[in-house]
Ligand binder design. Structure first.
Ligand code: ATP
Ligand code: MG
Length: 441
């Protein structure tokens, strides 16, 4: 077991597990990742599979992507691969592309103990300890301590196919424990997004966050307010579109972190009017997980529309009470809620426009007479809006009868549809009585 003192002094001896004693097989590593690993090795560099790839393979899961660690600098990596692009400022990384496949190659980085050294060009912190730039290169032994969780700091060596473990990651993996490397307070301060990563991995792997790593999360959630909106957006997609949205949401709420991602939603959930808000969000997230499990497409627009529906609905209701028409209220409330949310986590226009369309169409779905339903069927966002209505109806927030009407309408031929949208007969039209003009005089 590694303790903090060892980490400070760097006196830790790694445990090396030879090929016959672990379950990682090259057959389970993508051919692109293998190409990168071997080419680096053949050029005389150290070359390891690291991070989630090693973790997931040891757990018998299919890795989402493969990350490679090496002592080659980004420029040296670029020289080796024609299909390589250098990215990032905070961390300089090489992306090697093979068709759809991108292999991320990171140069080993040194630890944060260069006090007194003027390295501001390559490394920078904010006053509260957040890392802004971190490009001091080092050895594998250095690199280990910069990683977030012990289970993410296992290295698979392409040279002899062994797994190298400096931090007790294998034991934690067996025990199902997520443990931050080093002092949790310091590690969360360096990068508060690690709190979100803790939740994401706990939900995805079904792991328990180690009590020390957990305690600091309750205290430091507020640091997430300093994370740039664009980075939070990326994290939100990983959190909610990774197939475990429901358990992720529950853990985020448990650790009081959800409010730093969706403050308006958190407020609305607090209302608990008819328990609709919470039920609706949960139902929408369950639906997202289900779609992913069935390999159906999911979009950030629909996800955001669902997560922000309650604040948007409450705002629209206020506007209607003040005399706005339903459509006008939805449009104005939608713009307001969307503008407030992007201060926290950015939402690119290609998602925020369809999100607001899904909202506006909820009003238009209520019009069932004349040409309106036909126009709606042609709308490029009809399907998403209809799916959204189904979810609302399922939790009792919209009329089931309305949802059923649309379900039925879509199955009919033209004549039958015409019947459905015809103005109701028998009801005599009310004639407006002409007011008699007051006669001057
Ligand atoms: P997955 O790809 O399944 O989401 P992962 O663990 O591979 O999980 P990545 O974001 O791909 O996560 O990062 C690769 C590795 O880089 C991690 O396993 C970890 O070792 C390291 N890492 C990533 N982000 C951080 C961070 N914010 N702080 C410290 N280490 C990090
Ligand atoms: Mg990864």
């Amino acid at each position: 077991m590694t303790n903090q003192g060892d980490i400070e002094t760097g006196s830790v001896q790694p445990v090396t597990i030879p090929r016959p004693e672990h379950a990682i097989s090259r057959a389970n590593i993508s051919s692109s990742a293998l190409k990168v690993l071997y080419r680096l090795k053949e050029a005389g560099f150290q070359s390891f599979l690291v991070g989630g790839g090693v973790r997931d393979l040891l757990l018998g899961r299919e890795p989402k992507d493969f990350d490679v660690g090496t002592d080659a600098t980004p420029d040296e990596v670029k020289e080796l691969f024609r299909n390589c692009r250098l990215i990032g400022r905070r961390f300089r990384l090489a992306h090697v592309r093979f068709g759809q496949d991108v292999i991320e190659v990171a140069t080993f980085r040194a630890r944060h103990d260069s006090e007194g050294e003027d390295d501001s060009a390559v490394r920078a912190h904010t006053e509260d300890g957040r890392i802004l730039r971190d490009n001091v290169y080092g050895s594998l032994e250095d690199d280990v301590w910069r990683r977030d969780f012990t289970v993410n700091a296992l290295y698979y060596d392409i040279n002899d196919f062994s797994v190298v473990d400096y931090v007790g990651g294998l034991d934690d993996l067996k025990a199902g424990t997520l443990r931050l490397i080093g002092d949790p307070q310091q590690r969360y301060r360096e990068d508060p997004v690690r709190m979100l990563r803790a939740v994401r991995f706990a939900a995805k792997l079904g792991f328990r966050i180690h009590p020390d790593s957990e305690a600091a999360m309750f205290e430091l959630g507020h640091l997430l307010s300093d994370i740039p909106p664009a980075r939070l957006f990326e994290e939100i997609l990983k959190l909610f579109l990774g197939g475990c949205a429901v358990s992720t949401f529950e853990l985020l709420r448990h650790y009081n972190l959800f409010k730093y991602l969706f403050p308006l939603t958190e407020d609305a959930l607090g209302w608990e009017e008819h328990a609709f808000p919470l039920t609706f969000v949960l139902r929408a997230l369950e639906n997202t997980d289900q779609r992913l499990a069935e390999d159906k497409p999911v979009t950030p627009a629909f996800l955001y529309a669902a997560l922000l529906w309650e604040p948007m609905r409450l705002r629209a209701r206020e506007l209607r009470d003040q005399g706005a028409s339903p459509l006008e209220a939805a449009q104005v409330a939608g713009n307001q809620v969307s503008a407030e949310q992007v201060q926290v986590s950015s939402l690119p226009k290609r998602f925020s426009l369809p999100m607001r369309e899904i909202w506006n169409l909820q009003v238009r779905l209520e019009r069932r007479r004349g040409k309106a339903p036909y126009r709606l069927l042609e709308h490029p966002r009809f399907r998403a809006a209809y799916d959204f209505l189904l979810l609302r109806a399922e939790v009792g927030e919209a009329e089931q009868e309305l949802a059923d009407w649309w379900t039925h309408f879509q199955t009919l031929n033209v004549e039958e549809r015409d019947q459905m949208v015809a103005p109701a007969r028998n009801k005599p039209r009310r004639r407006r009585r002409r007011r008699r003009k007051p006669v001057d005089g």
